[in-house]
Design a protein around this ligand. Sequence first.
Ligand code: SF4
Length: 459
Amino acid sequence: MPAPNRRRAASRRVPKIGFASLGCPKALVDSERILTRLRAEGYEISPTYEQADLVVVNTCGFIDAAVDESLETIGEALERNGRVIVTGCLGARPERILERHPRVLKVTGPQTYAEVIEAIHEQLPPQHDPFLDLVPPQGIRLTPRHYAYLKISEGCNNSCTFCIIPSLRGRLSSRRIDEVLGEAERLAAAGVKEILVISQDTSAYGADIRYAPATWRDTHYQTRFIDLARALGTLGVWIRLHYVYPYPHVDEVIPLMAGRQVLPYLDIPFQHGSPSVLKRMRRPAHSEDVLARIHRWRRQCPDLTLRSTFIVGFPGETDAEFEELLQWLDEAQLDRVGCFKYSPVEGAAANELAGHVPQDIQEERYARFMERAAGISARRLQRRIGQRMRVLVDSVDEGGAIARSEADAPEIDGVVRIAGTGLKPGDWAEVEITGADVYDLLARRAATTVPSHGAAERN
Ligand code: SF4
């Protein structure tokens, strides 16, 4: 006789949702939350638009190219399915969506999980079956099994003149530290080996809730950046910190990096090296003497990897200010660098600034900047040749395994290519570096164990 839950399954039709997730890791985490909730309510996630009963598109609206991609994705979902709900950053400007796609069923803004779920319920009521609709305790994730993003806050209290995120995603709203640590603990227990901490402004974590105190694993913490780093460092997995601004209290995390409680890696979006441009950008911590701090950090933690992004051709950027940026870069010797040419975003205060830089000059500055950054990257990677290190394997192909070291975040940094086989995604490997190009390292598997630098990684 079939089990009762099987009988119930046979008599119901499971509603299926198609999903498209665009944009940054923060949007990806929003998508994971929506999908987790949908699975808990008994919805199935459809691999294709055609097989779905309706499609949710989580959009990005940060720059014009992202808006275009979002509008195209909505159009494709409408064409292939016909029933579409839109959410995410572009959802904060529903007129842009409805003007081009009036057939969209509903538009909700970023972080409006309840509204998205409500809209889905209206269109496609849930068929909940508690015997079947089990969701793993770590939720549904869109990243590979071995790494996960951990979002610690929403929104931002800064007002950088080129950015509209605060108007799209609201003011800083931090999750209490015990809630964040509980999620991190579940991820680690589910086999995640690397946790990437994300937010709009990680170093401001907790300021909006007056650094609320909380207890986790019998220890008292405050909801603040350094306590979070300390507590995450006890989990025995790689902890990588993104979107950190160089406020003075960031200095406190460097000893944790030197002791390998968290990875010696800081992702700091500096955006420029000229104080006058930074002032016009209204960047947080723009008056700090960042170069002196970088030198001090490297003395304390020589293996520290610094990643950053920059904007060239910001309104009013003079030749002298651009040269200042190049000099700053030479001094800072950053390991990983991304660069954007300034492009006006609808609604950004910088659009009103005088002296927009012509496109040909922007192109030329971009090329010069990237050439300089590539030279620094290549030289810094050469120093790794002959070193032994532990890496985490992301994928495997005919040429061998593609892995990442402590110095490489997924998607945005370089990789370590390991010759030979015998590894699978999610494996740790001990390797010896045999070569380097501009951004990536080549390696072979090391015969002996790499000495541990501190925190033991979970197998
Ligand atoms: S810190 Fe600046 S760039 Fe980053 S989200 Fe906030 S306003 Fe935008």
